[in-house]
Ligand binder design. Sequence first.
Ligand code: 13P
Length: 262
Amino acid sequence: MKQRIVIGNWKMNTTAEEAVLLVEELKKQAEYVELDVELGVCPPMPWLLALNEILDETEIGVGVQDAEPGDFGAQTGSVSIKMIAEHAEYVIIGHSERRSTGQDNDESINAKVKSALENSLTPVVCVGEFTHLYEKKRVRGRPTKLEEISNIFKQLQQAIKGVAEKDIPKLVVAYEPVWAIGTGKPASPEYAAEIIDRLRTVLKRASKRKLANEARILYGGSVTASNAKSYAELEEIDGVLVGGASLKASEFMKIAAAFSRQ
Ligand code: 13P
């Protein structure tokens, strides 16, 4: 059975000192409990090396919230996936907060996914619809064909274009409906599970069924310690990508515990 995964996306939060305190606390709390769940945190880039050192020899992995594809070059202000590869395990790619500002598009996201895989990093590919329309249409009856090819699925198709079949199991996909991010209004677990199921169909079209089943597909958007269990109860949901609630160690660890198989 594949291991579930809980990742914290700290976004543009924490001072250097707060970041250290937060991971020290996570480390301490993780020592008390044995959890059967993969855990990762994605702090702001400048804290990466220090936090990676603190978390060395723990089960908690560190990642970044974005990085450029490729190795080195004349790109002022950029950090490449190659540069961070030795110091990180995950790279979040195509978060809606970057897509919506034009910092990322289908093409750049696809290049980043491939670069992450080439550098042995786990890409955490974010997809999700911007409006609530999909859910509204859905309640009227069976989803139409038009809905099936809606943006969410296209985003994933484009993100994994040209990815080798053997690499499909290495993907982590995060379904994050934009209307649920930071709003305190999460998607219902059933709705999230249904979309995740169809996202898996996209992966199945790109590889063998068995390989597609090995990839982990997460939900993200207003996940808290109090609602985590309701997502964990659904087998389709392989974990969560957590924003605000990942900034408090005890809250984050409770979410992790909800997804632990032990
Ligand atoms: P919140 O958990 O704060 O809603 O953010 C979700 C998110 O964007 C994670 O990437």
